[in-house]
Design a protein around this ligand. Structure first.
Ligand SMILES: [Zn+2]
Length: 1007
């Protein structure tokens, strides 16, 4: 860590512990440069670092976004592309970055402090002193290739989004909300026409101006060694001082000392066309300028108001516009923290002919509500809910304070007083709870219902779609003409020279100098289990939590597993086996899931409306969901999950019982849910990657699989049938749902997982007694039965099929090669397979370089899936999936036959990344508890499975990896062993070669 002799030149601004979490927040400032540091200490396996620059620019050049990419191309001391990511892989880390309108953030997440401390100075040097070479700007930002087409990583990215509905509408709102000279007006991602003329010098100037330590906030979350941290930062500052502008040079703080956005004078409604073949539905965006985000009370009030207006299907706008009048498929809101918070509402899937009327209706509904009494009971519910959500996310997410810290850095006070507001939730529990109806109405009128606003009506246009294509083709044609043969040759040479410069190999001693850190600083959380009822048959844990459970409910027959964690919340999961559900009822599950929390309920002689059900659910819980039990270890089971405050454990159980047995399959509700699902189908079928998954599910799974039954292709068929049947014979549909309920909701199908603090949880076992009232508990448990038992013949024996699905809605291709792999975690082939795949999948690893690096695809990835016993090769978004597949095959073949050598440093990196995958699985205590349940109950693995597996993984040698490639991985490229699925743009001719190369004829499964 260098010398620890001199005292770091950082002063502590403040240190406090919020009264609703066990975390400590410490804020520092460098006395030399003004760099600011916020550390949130909390127990965890992972550490997260955010490096945030306040980046303000007054043009659409995209300079901020280009830097986000260029920083990873090398730094003063490490002038190699990919060095940072290769080091990150070895140091149990992942890197990422994003560009917002008002800031650019770089992230580093690491398992364990040792790895984090190792990479931190290198990471910081890349941020402050990147190389920013001409060559890197050429390949990463923009260039013209030898064929005369515009390309470049950032350019292609913006090409993909610039003409989408959301981007076109967003840009229009920016232009109308903010005048020239206010940074929020501009597209910091870069507009294509400006990226084409952006110079490397402009990018370097912008970097020098904005990327100074005094304009940077380092926010860290996890188990941090403060003393070491400050020494690393201090040393880092010493190392860069000669290369940065003098810290004493005047610098005006972005956003705060800049021209401010004026209030809006009047409302504007404007139409914006977006390219779309199907002209039936458009969308609406509405924007307001709200209070200052640094005004804690006002910002908190806004959160509450948005929940009140649009936070659930029982809230005003959703209830009227979506549920009752059905003029939009959803009302969503978002806020952007700013000196005047930007408040946005989106109305989705609005009939094109009704856009104007629906926008008016939005304000009518608001104004009508303001002329009547507010529902102050519901308002208080919203306040309480907001507080609950804060507490829950502070406890369950490592980075829950990140957004607040970033906004505070950008817009808050430098004396720390605005950050200090994190300390309590009194703004909600005290101040806002005492607000009168008049105060709330004033607030809503001031900032929303009576406020000037910008409304954008997004109109789909086939004509625009055609025009954009024609204009672009003409521009390229002209460009080629202008360049001529000589010009094109020159462009080709320039690009090749730049690529060669960028791709200089990293000398192994440079990387090897950084030893792989020990895993000692990675602290995996330990949870303890206890069991009740038939769960005891698996074995009885010997610990004090088991005693607590034993002393409560001795005669409970229900299968209940408890995982003890320190928490103020209980997570209650009911897992339901679908083994005995009749085949013909399975396609109903999509509607059943969607309707589960949104149906009326019979309570005694009363019927509670679905709105009231939603209001009560929101009041009683932090969250609730029904889905497949995939993340509890069985993708073919259902799971109902409630997250509640620990005192509401019994309430959660009561809810599960009511929702299972007392919901009313009301025909009108079923119609509404069915048509909403149906409206989403075209969207789902537009996406090449989704469609690929859907085809895989159809081909490789049997009709018994609920994954298949809920897939897009089955939905597309059944939802239409049910829509028809709801019109003609509604009672028949209702009867089918009753049958579904009868067949699912049986004692023998149930297993329960409770993750909670057993020291505090009242009546952990006996609370379930009433749940079982009236149930026949005499039958033995139904087996859970996994996906392995629900494969189709093709799934059991792949190697005979190839499907090519041409799609008019995409302009690239996606492919999936599928072969058989291990079906058990204890299969001796697993450790070598894990290492082989981690090696090939690494960022800047062999597949990345061969496929992504050459522009053959956005990405390609190998994976294995023990539950279904498949191994996959995925090609994501490729101009030619065949070439990408072939390049993947060549690179694997080369390693297999010895013509390409394994890189020992990257092999170490592969093992590090397996350690990280285990750490990710248990990044919080709650997820560790879930993982423990999956291992011990669902997968029947020994307690020390993870340690034993890591030990085996570390013992894997190159020869083992090669053997895994030979005997297993290469099956994905072998005709007769793998099935090939492709989705591609219509007319993308070469992909069909993929199947013929594979010795198969393609099946066209367009539908
Ligand atoms: Zn980007």
């Amino acid at each position: 860590m260098g010398s620890l002799s001199s005292e770091p030149r950082f002063r502590t601004i403040q240190k406090f512990q919020p009264n609703y979490t066990p975390h400590t927040v410490t804020q520092y400032e460098s006395q030399r440069t003004g760099m600011r540091v916020v550390v949130v200490d909390q127990q965890s396996t992972k550490l997260h670092g955010f490096f945030v620059l306040a980046t303000e620019i007054h043009d659409d050049s995209g300079a901020p976004h280009t830097l986000e990419h260029l920083l990873f191309m090398g730094s003063k001391s490490y002038k190699y592309k990919g060095f940072l990511d290769k080091l990150a892989t070895r140091a149990y880390s992942n890197t990422n970055a994003w560009t917002a309108t008002d800031h650019t953030a770089y992230t580093l997440d690491t398992a364990g402090w040792d790895g984090f401390a190792q990479i931190l100075p290198v990471y910081l040097e890349h941020v402050i002193l990147p190389t920013l070479t001409d060559a890197a700007c050429l390949t990463e930002v923009h260039h013209i290739d030898g064929d005369g087409n515009d390309a470049g990583v950032v350019y292609s990215e913006m090409q993909g989004v610039q003409n989408t509905a959301s981007e076109l509408m967003e840009l229009c709102t920016k232009r109308l909300l903010y005048p020239e000279g206010v940074g929020f007006r501009y597209e910091t991602g870069g507009m294509m026409e400006q990226l084409r003329v952006l110079t490397a010098d402009r990018i370097r100037d912008f970097h020098r101006e904005m990327y100074q330590p005094k304009n940077m906030c380092v926010a860290l979350f996890g188990e941090i060694n403060h003393e070491q941290l400050l020494h690393i930062l201090d040393e880092f500052e010493s190392s860069i001082l000669p290369d940065i502008p003098s810290p004493d040079k005047p610098f005006s703080r972005p956003w705060i000392e800049s021209k401010q956005a004026p209030r809006l004078e009047k409302s504007i409604v404007q139409k914006v066309e977006f390219p779309e073949e199907d002209e039936s539905f458009g969308q609406i965006e509405i924007r307001f300028l709200g209070p200052n985000c640094a005004d804690n009370i006002a910002a908190s009030a806004l959160n509450v108001v948005l929940l009140y207006l649009a936070g659930s299907s029982a809230a005003l706008l959703d209830n009227v516009l979506v549920e009752t009048e059905q003029v939009a498929s959803g009302v969503y809101y978002q806020i952007d923290s700013r000196p005047k918070i930007e408040i946005g509402f989106s109305l989705t899937s609005v009939e094109t002919g009704r856009l104007t009327a629906v926008e008016k209706r939005f304000f009518e509904v608001l104004n009508d509500a303001m002329s009547k009494d507010l529902d102050m009971g519901f308002m208080q519910d919203c306040i309480d809910r907001q507080v609950r959500i804060y507490k829950f996310s502070a406890e369950s997410s490592l980075t829950s304070f990140a957004d607040y810290i970033i906004a505070d850095y950008l817009f808050g006070k430098r004396d720390g007083s605005t950050l200090q507001e994190l300390a309590t939730l009194e703004a909600y529990t005290e101040t806002l709870s005492s607000w009168t109806q008049e105060q709330w109405k004033d607030f809503i009128k001031t900032y929303i219902s009576d406020a000037p606003h910008i409304s954008i009506l997004g109109v789909p246009s086939r004509r625009l779609s055609e025009k954009l294509k024609a204009d672009e083709a003409a521009r390229i044609e002209k460009q080629k003409e202008h360049l001529g043969a000589d010009g094109l040759k020159r462009k080709f040479d320039e690009l090749e020279t730049a690529k060669a410069e960028n791709d200089r190999a990293i000398p192994s001693e440079v990387l090897g100098k950084f030893k792989v850190p020990s895993t000692e600083s990675i602290h995996f959380p330990h949870t303890s289990s206890a069991r009740a009822g038939s769960a005891l048959k698996i074995g009885k844990p010997q610990n004090r939590y088991q005693e607590i459970v034993d002393s409560d409910g001795k005669n409970l027959p229900l299968f209940v597993d408890f995982e003890h964690i320190t928490s103020n919340f209980a997570r209650v999961n009911l897992i339901i086996s679908t083994e005995t559900l009749p085949l013909e009822l399975r396609p109903l599950l999509s509607i059943y899931f969607e309707a589960f929390f949104a149906l009326p309920i019979k309570r005694g002689s009363e019927t509670i409306s679905f709105e009231q059900v939603v209001v009560e659910l929101e009041r009683d819980t932090v969250g609730y969901i029904i889905e497949s039990a995939a993340n509890l270890g069985n993708v073919e089971c259902l799971r109902i999950t409630f997250q509640v405050e620990i005192e509401r454990y019994q309430t959660a159980i009561k809810w599960i019982k009511e929702l299972l047995w007392s919901s009313v399959f009301d025909v009108e509700r079923l119609k509404a849910v069915n048509s909403r699902l149906l409206a989403d189908v075209p969207d789902d079928k537009r996406d090449g990657s989704n469609m690929l998954t859907a085809v895989h599910l159809m081909v490789h799974l049997a009709p018994k699989s609920i994954g298949r039954a809920r897939s897009i292709l089955v939905k597309a068929l059944y939802l239409r049938r049910i829509k028809q049947l709801l019109k003609t014979e509604p009672q028949k549909v209702v009867q089918q749902f009753e049958n579904l309920r009868k067949s699912l909701c049986r004692y023998e199908n149930f297993r329960v997982l409770v993750i909670a603090d057993l020291e505090k949880l009242k009546e952990p076992a006996s609370s379930w007694t009433s749940f079982l009232d009236g149930l026949d508990t005499s039958k033995p448990l139904t087996p859970l039965s996994g996906r392995l038992e629900r494969l189709s013949e093709a799934g059991k024996h792949p190697g005979k099929l190839a499907y090519v699905v041409p799609m008019a809605t995409i302009d690239s291709s996606f492919a999936n090669a599928i072969a058989r792999g291990p079906t058990s975690h204890s299969d001796p082939r697993v450790p070598a397979l894990m290492v082989a795949m981690a090696y090939f999948n690494a960022v800047e690893g062999p597949l990345w370089v061969a496929v992504r690096g050459t522009g053959l695809a956005y990405g390609t990835n190998m994976s294995y899936d023990i539950d279904s016993g498949f191994i996959h090769l995925d090609v994501y978004r490729s101009p030619d999936a065949y070439k990408a597949f072939d390049a993947s095959r060549t690179i694997v073949k080369g390693h297999l036959d010895g013509s390409i050598q394994f890189n020992p440093l990257m092999l170490e990196g592969a093992i590090s990344s397996i350690v990280v995958s285990f750490a990710n699985e248990q990044s919080t205590v709650a997820s560790a508890a879930g993982a423990s349940f999956v291992r011990s109950i669902m997968e029947n693995l020994p307690d020390d499975y993870m340690e034993a597996m890591l030990k085996k993984v570390r013992e894997i040698k190159v020869e083992d990896v090669r053997e895994s490639l030979r005997s297993l991985v290469f099956d994905m490229f072998t005709p007769g062993k793998a099935d090939i699925l492709v989705t591609c743009a219509t007319g993308l001719k070469d992909v069909s070669m993929l199947s013929s190369r594979h010795g198969m004829t393609a099946n066209d499964c367009r539908r």
